[in-house]
Design a protein around this ligand. Sequence first.
Ligand SMILES: [Zn+2]
Length: 393
Amino acid sequence: MQKYFECLATDRLSNARRGRLTTAHGAIDTPAFMPVGTQGSVKGVSPRELHELNAQIILGNTYHLFVRPGLHVIKHFGGLHNFMSWHGPVLTDSGGYQIFSLAKLRKITEEGAEFQNHIDGARAFISPEIAMEIQTLLGSDIAMALDECVPYPCDYDYAAQSAEMTRRWAKRCRDWKRRNGQTGTPGLADSSTRRLGDSMLFGIVQGGTFEDLRKESAQAIVNLNFDGYAIGGVSVGEPEEEMMRAVEWAEPFLPEDKPRYAMGLGTPPQLLKLIARGMDMFDCVLPTRLARNGTAFTAAGTINLKNAEFILDKNPIEENCTCDACREFSRGYIRHLIKVEEILGLRLITLHNLHFYLNLMNQARAEIEKGTFDQFCKAFVADYKTRDVLGVE
Ligand SMILES: [Zn+2]
């Protein structure tokens, strides 16, 4: 069998890895950032623009697509790739995170989660097997096992029971794929959607902020033998040190020849710190979400273009940035667009922010290849002003 993940280089002084993950829709250079296509769209950006930004993979949110437009619509269009006209790799989450954070009237049992969606309150039920069926129907290249993401803070006993249930759910997801993976699943997916045998399934490590639970969870999930491993239950409101520790506890258990995904993170310095801790893949709504508030990322930290200091500023968002916004437009003009709520302003900041994140990964890969990532990471973190951008919206 062809190797689907290769580690091409490692850093000299950190655990950073430069790799390549091959999916049925193309290759992904790691460390990789995945723009988030919440509702079948990376907000404000077309698939062609994503390709021009060198995005190699996007994330689709199963829960949102399940609620609207509904699976029958996506099935009618032959899967998510065709529906949204993005023909690169897609990773889908299991829907679990949104069920636990957005939906109402949740009842979680061993069998699965019963909930009412946050739009019209319609009742639905999701089990590990149903989460797999839905992701197969979406045509996912990388599917995620259904897990329970516990909130922060969370008491030990609940975190322990939850991690144990997440392990049992992960096994059911794996077994479902084994049962259905060989022959494909007619009736679930149209011929144009991904054949199940071509897709990957990642398991998710949980365990809250507890060292023994994180380690036990990592070992148990790895024992189930997935195509890749994710660290879940991070960036749920815990201090950054807790986030780093959760990854550090799990990482030694994760096999070196499989990709590792830190879910739902983070600020630019956090991404680099996690790359230094051996993580390969990231997804985060910050570049697109903060753009809507007028916030742009720069190597010196975030700036909010709504501020009066930018009214007469003829400089681009960031000097020497090669994105479409910075090549043509001034801070002063983009500030004006944001203030009068012109859609172009939001789009320009979104394009810049996505370029910033994707380019940061590009730089990280080059530094790992040279063996100098650790120095690069420390210098970047030192220059980047710490601001509480996570609290916005
Ligand atoms: Zn730019």
